[in-house]
Design a protein around this ligand. Structure first.
Ligand code: COA
Length: 331
């Protein structure tokens, strides 16, 4: 019997209109364009504005574009996975709101929280449902409204993050194209370096937690930087080795967009030429769950059927990993 693979049948993204430039940040905190560009590679990021708009707003726009582009009736969607650390609310989950917003009346869904590795974890999770043959059309979305949890008085974090959403449609493929393999990790060893201090069950929101600014992203950047380079390089190497792949065999490396220096360090550690590395951090900053699918969206015109693609991510927890897939269509 032919083994079913889960193949990406289309990708679409959405970023809000408002562009927060480095120049505008200069007027908000003690920073400057030269520092931001040289230390992070970021020139601008998009910010979601407007009353009562949350992550589902951007995800719905991305999914609507995806359904249109792939000629998919929303009623055909079986499952929606939304990777996010900024759900519309703690419950109900954002995936359900997305299903309602796009008319996915026959789908079930859930949110997946693995910080910046969320899309990678979601891709594997979605792929398993397709591979078993029980699900034919699965949406995997990476979406985050980081502006809702960033402290715009903290220069070490507010320059980094941005808002955005992007989605892929997974479908069964019997010709061998699609998700091939992955190594995913989450060891909890780095929890103290990147987290939100309050707002969960251990430290619920109170006047004190709000006054202390405990509902913002807390990050100690240096240990995160070091662990990110090591974690992404190691898992990419391991996935390549066990699939007998060399750098020459790989067409594209799509890394999580946290910092241009992290991306170039990973590429150097793996001896990957930068021409094969997808980079768009200059336009969006770090959009957490959305970085990898936004890269796929931006770069899709370059992809050809059969291209071998490696995805790699690293995020709070720490969570990290690498996935190997083959592209299923000429874009
Ligand atoms: N503008 C100007 N100066 C800034 C600044 C800003 N926006 N942010 C920090 N600085 C200053 C610091 O205060 C520090 O000054 P000091 O030496 O006088 O104390 C100096 O720049 C160096 O700070 P440091 O934190 O060591 O800088 P860095 O080179 O490590 O860069 C990050 C900071 C956050 C960009 C970097 O550590 C990073 O990218 N880390 C990983 C982030 C990440 O991947 N996060 C998401 C997880 S996926």
């Amino acid at each position: 019997m032919t083994k079913i693979k889960a193949c990406i049948a289309g990708v679409h993204g959405f970023v809000p209109d408002y562009v927060l430039t480095n120049a505008e940040l200069e007027s908000m905190v003690d920073t400057n364009d030269e520092w931001i560009q040289s230390r992070t590679g970021i020139k601008q990021r998009h910010i979601l504005k407007g009353e009562d708009k949350g992550t589902s707003h951007m995800a719905i726009k991305a999914v609507e574009g995806l359904l249109q582009k792939t000629n998919t009736d929303p009623a055909e969607i079986d499952l929606t996975i939304c990777a996010t650390v900024t759900p519309d609310s703690l419950f109900p989950d954002t995936a359900n709101t997305i299903n309602a917003g796009v008319g996915a009346v026959n789908a079930w869904g859930f949110d997946l929280n693995a910080a910046c590795s969320g899309f990678l974890f979601g891709l594997t999770t979605g792929a398993k449902f397709v591979e078993t043959g029980t699900h034919k059309k699965v949406l995997v979305i990476g979406a985050d409204t980081m502006s809702s949890i960033v402290n715009y008085q903290d220069r070490s974090t507010c320059v980094i993050f941005g808002d955005g959403a992007a989605a892929v449609l997974l479908e069964p493929n019997e010709d061998g194209f699609g998700v091939q393999d992955e190594i995913l990790k989450g060891d909890g060893e780095g929890r103290q370096y990147l987290h939100m201090k309050a707002g969960g069950s251990r430290r619920p929101a109170s006047a004190e937690t709000v006054a202390n600014g405990e509902h913002f992203v807390y990050q100690d950047g240096r240990p995160v930087f070091k662990a990110a380079v090591k974690g992404m390089s190691n898992t990419v190497t391991e996935v390549m080795q066990r699939n007998q792949l060399t750098v020459d065999d790989i067409d594209w490396l799509v890394p999580h967009q946290a910092n241009l220096r992290i991306i170039t360090s990973v590429a150097n550690a793996l001896s990957f030429p930068m021409e094969k590395v997808i980079v768009n951090i200059q336009n969006y900053g770090n959009t957490t769950g959305a970085t990898i699918p936004l890269c796929l969206w931006d770069a899709q015109q370059k992809f050809r059927k059969g291209d071998k693609i490696l995805l790699t991510a690293f995020g709070g927890g720490f969570t990290w990993g690498a996935s190997y897939l083959t592209w299923g269509y000429d874009s």
